[in-house]
Design a binder for this molecule. Structure first.
Ligand code: SF4
Length: 75
């Protein structure tokens, strides 16, 4: 089963937490200082990617710790 990660990027505050916790899935943009959800497609500024279930626990933690609450995980 796939897990969907959604990043409401417009309200990302660029705190770096997601990148620190899951650098395989998140990176920082040098352009605007916000994070980038790696492998995601852009749907009108909301980014999403379907990943394997083995990323679920880590990404759930990332979503919980994101201070701006701009990451959603759907299983
Ligand atoms: S943890 Fe949230 S606010 Fe911080 S960089 Fe990542 S997505 Fe942006």
């Amino acid at each position: 089963m796939k897990v969907k990660i959604i990043h409401y990027r417009a309200n990302c505050i660029g705190c770096f937490a997601c990148v620190e916790m899951a650098s395989g899935r998140w990176a920082m943009s040098k352009k605007d200082g916000k994070s980038v959800l790696l492998g995601a497609v852009n749907n009108k500024g909301v980014y999403n990617v379907d990943v394997e279930e083995d990323e679920y626990e880590e990404e759930k933690l990332v979503a919980d710790l994101c201070p701006a609450k701009v990451i959603k995980i759907i299983k």
